[in-house]
Design a protein around this ligand. Sequence first.
Ligand code: CO
Length: 210
Amino acid sequence: MQQLRGLLENNRRWAERMTAREPQFFAELAAQQTPRYLWIGCSDSRVPANEIVGLRPGELFVHRNVANLVVQTDLNCLSVLQYALDVLRVDHVIVCGHYGCGGVRAVLAGDRLGLVDQWLHPIRDIREKHKDVLDALGDDAERSDRLCELNVTEQVRQVALTMALRDAWQRGQRVTVHGWIYGLGDGRIRDLEVSIDSSAGQQFLTETRR
Ligand code: CO
């Protein structure tokens, strides 16, 4: 309980600081949110979305799960995406993975963690798909880093394949999907340069339909 009391105390001081700086801050936010970005990231406590990109409350719509996966049967993630595109009309969807991801590591090590192993199944598929590339790498750390990157690239693809994004592009919405990766060791984000914008999206969908 002592620890939780600390959190509530932090919150009280934070709210006071914000209000002192901008008296209307919470009143305006309560009236509406107009985030320009949807963040799809890992649940890892070391990758706090708003903080690492310097955005304030109201500026980032966030979905996080273990290993930043976009699964076509996951109503939770798909609903967040659909709401972000149809209602909030975000301009950018950012899939941000991170090096040293526990989910990716568990797949590589073949660890048995419980139900979460089931959740991580898509990463096993990615590992199989890129087995040659991964096996050719020098050590486990390199393999882990590479699989973290490959996972982000695949999830960007999965976002582009959702009905919500197809519909948005069809409507002429200019939405771009980005793939980023965060380094736990240096706090820096790298753009993997696998973005799909609305014109590339049309091309992508034509290709995947074949
Ligand atoms: Co992770």
